[in-house]
Design a protein around this ligand. Structure first.
Ligand code: AMP
Length: 426
């Protein structure tokens, strides 16, 4: 299968070739013809599968070849959970559409409205937006959705986890009834199916990665180590192996800052990435990480969502996530699009139950290692894992980064709040 077999136009194929892609990924091979045929799509695809190009390429083609019904109004809306993903999808639209004459705007919170207002006023074909900030623009009448022909819900499961369901439904209510809808989600939960019912019209379902099946290319290992010695072990592993591009996950923002400080003191170029950082700081940290000026990026799960780096060689779970599915998401950051990668987890006695849960979801056991000099002390007893502070009781604030907004689904659905607050609200 080649890109040329998918019915894409010469201008789009040229941009794809310039990106260095020659073979479509499975999601692209399956999704592109469906979208080009104008059908609704429900796709189970995780980050790293090439899903962004899977919807961006055919949408660009449809918009470039169709005459606008209402001239000057946006025709495609892509809703995404985080500002990082908004930036990334916007970048993809620009990259793949560079030989076309379409305009796009990225709309997200945490930055001023001015540039976004100017972009929207100048007229765009495609809006890539996080739900909260888009609603702000709608209220100010700076975004007109009356001519939307194509709606994409990207990472729909994350948007629901982050409490965006009401915002999403509000936005959908403002769109024309007749439109093409594409829904991408890592998993098809009951909640996702509920959203899809009534929204999608006789959709084609496409599934590329088995649920909870991490990329085969990722080698996984667990290092058993004591709680207090994790920092030293991490420094040892990074220096011993000469790791130069490592994404490290911590459970809390505070933990990310503390670890990054400790690494810096050890002479390792590190930075923390989380929701309390300004947009500028986050972008700079990401750019420096991509350029290898920073070797270690310490991030919380939500902050890491938008990181798009080819062939990320090392992912470290400095702390295991509370929800096994988050482990799969995390290690999905390495070994992307066919390259190999390594995911290691530093596991102390407190986390043995979490490790068992993860192995159960993976349906396999992960290789265990102990480094000489870092052997766990069997006399140390397990302690309860501290939940991050949740900031409950605050009203959702649109100007806060999406990752910090209070999830509403947990409270609304009557599920135990810990299920969401414990893992998502960092
Ligand atoms: P995504 O799942 O959309 O986040 O894409 C994952 C990564 O794969 C991105 O960095 C893309 O640049 C890359 N990618 C997408 N499609 C292809 C392809 N057909 N061949 C090689 N790399 C690709």
């Amino acid at each position: 299968m080649h890109f040329t077999d998918l019915g894409l136009s010469a201008d789009i194929l040229r941009a794809v070739t310039e990106q260095g892609y020659d073979t479509p990924t499975p999601i692209q091979a399956q999704a592109i013809p469906v979208v080009l045929a104008g059908r609704d799509l429900m796709a189970a695809a995780q980050t790293g599968t090439g899903k962004t190009a899977g919807f961006t390429l055919p949408i660009l083609q449809l918009l470039a070849t169709r005459a606008p019904v209402k001239r000057g109004k946006p025709r495609c809306l892509v809703l995404v959970p985080t500002r990082e993903l908004a930036v990334q999808v916007h970048e993809s639209v620009r990259t793949y559409g560079k030989h076309l004459h379409l305009k796009a705007a990225a709309i997200f919170g945490g930055v001023g409205m001015g540039n976004q207002l100017a972009a929207l006023r100048s007229g765009v074909d495609i809006i890539v937006a996080t739900p909260g900030r888009l609603l702000d623009h709608i209220e100010q009448r700076s975004a007109d959705l009356s001519a939307i022909e194509i709606l994409v819900l990207d990472e729909a499961d994350r948007m629901l986890d982050m409490g965006f369901i009401r915002d999403i439904r509000k936005i959908i209510g403002l769109l024309p009834k007749k439109k093409q809808t594409l829904l991408f989600s890592a998993t098809f939960s009951d909640e996702i199916r509920g959203l899809a019912t009534g929204l999608l019209d006789n959709p084609t379902s496409v599934e590329v990665a088995r649920r909870n099946a991490p990329a085969e290319a990722v080698a996984q290992a667990v290092y058993h180590v004591d709680r207090e010695r994790k920092k030293d072990l991490l420094i040892h592993l990074i220096t011993e192996h000469g790791w130069h591009q490592v994404l490290v996950f911590t459970r809390t923002k505070h933990g990310a800052d503390a670890l990054s400080d400790r690494l810096l003191k050890a002479g390792i170029h590190a930075a923390a990435l989380h929701g309390n950082k300004s947009q500028g700081q986050r972008q700079r940290a990401l750019d420096d990480f991509k350029k290898l000026k920073i070797h270690v990026l310490v991030a919380t799960d939500i902050a890491a969502r938008g990181i798009d780096i080819d062939e990320l060689p090392h992912v470290v779970n400095y702390e295991l996530p509370n929800i096994p599915e988050d482990y799969v998401h995390r290690i999905g950051r390495t070994g992307r699009a066919g390259s190999s990668g390594e995911a290691v987890s530093l596991v102390c006695v407190d986390e043995l139950k979490l490790l068992r849960d993860i192995e159960q979801v993976l349906k396999r056991s992960i290789e265990k290692r102990v480094v000489t000099g870092f052997e766990p002390d069997p006399r140390i007893k397990a302690e309860p894992i501290q939940k991050p502070r949740t900031g409950r009781g605050q009203a959702p604030n649109r100007n806060q980064p999406a990752g910090q907004r209070k999830p509403q689904t947990a409270a609304k659905s009557g599920k135990p709040a810990g299920h969401h607050f414990g893992s998502r609200h960092r």
